[in-house]
Write a protein that binds this ligand. Structure first.
Ligand SMILES: C[S@@+](CC[C@H](N)C(=O)[O-])C[C@H]1O[C@@H](n2cnc3c(N)ncnc32)[C@H](O)[C@@H]1O
Ligand code: SF4
Length: 462
């Protein structure tokens, strides 16, 4: 498939609305406390009974950060006291043991991810202990064939950390950068030099990490097209295989630390759009293709290859190449996807620890998908990953007549056709280069919960 993108600021402004990021469907807004530990166990058993047994994807949440970045919307705990990690890890190890009992020991861990917060907040010894505990309860791959990734804050890692992580089996890293401009860094309380960032990326390459990725954010205070262009040039020069360019949504009522950002210093919406336009142009010139939803990759990176082969997938970790895995997420706030269910762990560290102390899994809410949810999830995933939807394939997999089942949705897509976002005929929807940045809007048409107006508070599409 073609992996091109067309930027039209007037069009984007017209379609600028809030919407989910579709790392799950239904989204977390639909999770309820009616879903319990017993339901999770039932789903785990059901997946063990599938033939072939699906492989596993494991996620571990390490919530701690040393200092706060004012823009941050992640689930994190700010502390300078490294000892806080000790009781947390003890409980995490016990959760690993409880979860390990539920999944057959012969199911290989094809994908593994440490996220945060800042996973490199913990010591090298604690990292070794965490991977050892995981290996005691799950079948880790020892031939480097899995996709084992970690989020790294370059201020919290050096060449030795990278060597330890490689030794533990990691083969992918993503680095938080956001912006290299000193004025922007000061305004968001994240002082991070180009040198320390480059050193971590170079160490990762020297250690043989398969893929490197960098996170940037546009829309931060004091950013302009020129200042962000300078950051982009520095990052392009560092040559990561992937780039995530996130849109900063200023929601100080929802995220307390954002109150420390002076709204008067934020770029105007016109400037933000211009930054996005320049970013797309510059990344295209530098040889990156648009994967979708904030993500860019080199054409030979696995994500870009998977998109061209039709095997790309999207889950809580963003885009991925492992569609077939059950996702078992451990640690406070983390979200699992096992069989046809999603479930989330308790968010408060004390409550999380107390549930484990009582010998229970810390699951506190979730949702089971019905046939309609599964159908809509398949449609949304296909569109968001591949920008193309073949009705016959959906009809075959789900036993429906597409145009009949989705008559109202298709009817509602007239504007998309008129505005050149999509091509719609009797057999398929094709998202055109002008519609790719607006893929969320297109997916939202197929979201039953939004249609029934039971959606929640979401960030802006662009
Ligand atoms: C868990 S952090 C990455 C690891 C590490 N904590 C760090 O910051 O380097 C995940 C990423 O989320 C993005 N992020 C956090 N808050 C955001 C916000 N309010 N808007 C957009 N992106 C955000 C940042 O790009 C950040 O790198
Ligand atoms: S961006 Fe990363 S380092 Fe900064 S507060 Fe958020 S999770 Fe922590």
């Amino acid at each position: 498939m073609e992996q091109t993108l067309e930027f039209d600021s007037e069009l984007i402004r017209r379609y600028d609305t809030s919407g989910p990021r579709y790392t799950s469907y239904p989204t977390a807004v639909q999770f309820t406390e009616a879903f319990t530990e017993a339901d999770f166990k039932r789903w785990a058993a059901a997946t063990n009974a599938e033939r072939p047994k699906p492989p596993l994807s494991l996620y571990f949440h390490i919530p701690f950060c040393d200092t706060v970045c004012f823009y941050c919307a992640c689930n994190k705990i700010i502390t300078k006291n490294r000892k806080h990690a000790v009781p947390y890890l003890e409980h995490l190890f016990r959760e690993i043991a409880l979860q390990g009992e539920l999944f057959d020991a012969d199911r290989p861990v094809q994908q593994l991810h440490w996220g945060g917060g800042t996973p490199t907040f913990i010591s090298h010894e604690q990292m070794r202990d965490l991977m050892r505990a995981t290996g005691e309860h799950f079948r880790l791959l020892d031939d480097d064939s899995g996709e084992y990734s970690i989020e790294i804050d370059p201020r919290e890692a050096d060449a030795e950390t990278i060597a330890v992580l490689r030794e533990l089996g990691f083969n992918r890293i993503s680095l938080g950068v956001q912006d290299f401009d000193p004025t922007v860094q000061k305004a968001v309380n994240r002082i991070q030099s180009e040198e320390e960032t480059r050193a971590v990326l170079e160490a990762a390459r020297a250690e043989g990490f398969r893929s490197t990725s960098v996170d940037l954010i546009y829309g931060l205070p004091h950013q302009s097209v020129a200042s962000f262009a300078a950051t982009l040039d520095k990052v392009i020069d560092m040559d990561p295989a992937r780039l995530s360019v996130f849109n900063y949504a200023h929601l100080p009522e929802m995220f307390k630390t954002q109150r420390q950002i002076n709204a008067g210093e934020l770029p105007s919406s016109e400037e933000k759009l211009a930054i996005l336009g320049h970013t797309i142009e510059r990344l295209g010139q530098a040889g990156y293709v648009f994967i979708g939803m904030d993500h860019f990759a080199k054409p030979d990176d696995e994500l870009a290859v998977a998109q061209r082969n039709g095997t790309l997938y999207r889950n809580f970790q963003g885009y991925s190449t492992h569609a077939e895995c059950d996702l078992v997420a451990m640690g406070a706030t983390s979200i699992s996807m096992v069989g046809d269910s999603y479930s989330q762990n308790l968010k408060d560290l004390e409550e999380y620890a107390a549930r484990i102390d009582a010998g229970h899994l810390p699951v506190f809410r979730g949702v089971e998908l019905d046939a309609d949810d599964k159908l809509r999830r398949a449609v949304i995933t296909q569109l968001i990953c591949h920008f193309e939807l073949d009705f016959a394939a959906v009809e075959r997999d789900h036993g429906i007549d597409f145009r009949d089942y989705f008559a109202a949705e298709l009817e509602g897509m007239g504007d998309f056709v008129r505005d050149g976002l999509i091509e719609l005929d009797a057999a398929a929807i094709r998202v055109l280069p002008r519609g790719r940045l607006l893929i969320r809007n297109i997916c939202m048409q197929f979201d039953r919960y939004l249609r029934e107006s039971r959606g929640g508070r979401y960030s802006k599409v662009i």
